[in-house]
Ligand binder design. Sequence first.
Ligand code: DMJ
Length: 517
Amino acid sequence: MLPPSRRDFVSLTVSESGSYTNSKQWRRQSCWRKWKQLSRLQRSLILFTLMLLLQLFLVFLFLSAESRLEAVREAFRHAWKGYKNFAWGHDELKPISKSYGEWFGLGLTLIDALDTMWILGLEEEFAEARQWVAKELSFDKNVDVNLFESTIRILGSLLSTYHLTGDSLFLEKAKDIGSRLMPAFNTASKIPYSDVNIGKGTAHPPQWTSDSSVAEVTSIQLEFRELSRLTGDPKYKLAVMEVMKQVHKLDGKQDGLVPMFINTNNGLFTHQGMYTLGARADSYYEYLLKQWIQGGKTEKEFLDDYLQAVEGVKKNLLKKSTPSGLAFVGELSHGHFSPKMDHLVCFLPGTLALGAHYGLPADHMELAKQLMETCYQMYAQMETGLSPEIAHFNMHEGSTQDVDVKIADRHNLLRPETVESLFYLYRFTKDKKYQQWGWEILQNFNKYTRVPTGGYTSINNVRDPASPNPRDKMESFFLGETLKYFYLLFSEDPNLISLDKYVFNTEAHPLPIWNSL
Ligand code: DMJ
């Protein structure tokens, strides 16, 4: 029995509103009293145990983050092993046939992966790749390259690697490829051709058309603008800004949404009336926001066009699926809505979240979260847990599943967009579910696309776990983007490529934000 002065009692106080409010307060006082009744030894023991549990919890968190980071490094090493053994210095690994494929003949995978190796801390692999760049890489070759692909993968990676390492080798190579790509802009309209011969200095459109794709001509700006800043030569920036100036003023947009093609002779949109956030338009929207960020938020036309486009998406392309009500972004063709969404569109949650981080309306973040869930479901609802290239969402009442996949769309090319968006969403919200979703996806890549002798392969059928049917190709963006974004997603360090200092190009190569230097 307690002495009278220490006996527990309940003191009730009436709040201003007249209700009794102190049961919590009472519990707190009672705990405090019990605590004071303990001996010093008992208190020390309890404190010690609590501290121990806290430390164990922190160690557990650290180890689970560390083991996920290590799993990404291991995946990279495995991919690199295949590339090194069977495709060294060539564009792409064919892991099943243990050979390689050429696209431009410029060691595309090796170059695309440079900054990933640096970020993952793979020093040995980086050193041997640097050696190859120093000794073997030559752009003085009679080859046709695609302006957009070589800008985002080669120029982008060289610039990024230069910034991360401070090694002037990469800047010299960036200047070389950058200047060799410039003939693409010698067109009647100044809208660049799709292809350039970097040895001959000639350029041309594809054989079947004089059009270029809108995404391609409007997603080379971050790289060429940065090249001008670094070299002090304005010609690169002027060329790409001219494209943006023209596209900004062009007729044929719908609520800020752009058609998919533009003619290099007259500079007008072609195939008008078709709007998508997928192939051939996707990174136009991404680069509007990112140029505004790169330039220190001063170039208002980019922001205006971006904000208008987001409204355009909401008004024309955003719908909900049945039965689960997943928000998705479809396509519009001459006023007819199609519930088709490319996996490529999954860059959008990340871009919207990045905009919200930079002060754009909070509802962009809400939309980002909804679309993120949808992109995750495009993986989770498949039998392999891997997304198809294209999903069709059901909208009619009574449908029992949200996502349908046409037979021709069942492939997975190891694309990065969903992992990219998961990275942004995790950085900004710290919600662990995004890391967990990414972890599931990485495990499914390991289960269905990893080739035992080295490398990962695209697959033909995400709906058949028993027979996913390998395509025998490892795209360079798997190393350049997908694995890099996995690593950044699992990292708890917000300063590992801080989003206040860097902006990622559309191939995941971080470039500096100018006013943050
Ligand atoms: C990459 O080359 C880039 O991310 C581009 O913007 C879209 N296609 C691939 C990845 O899917």
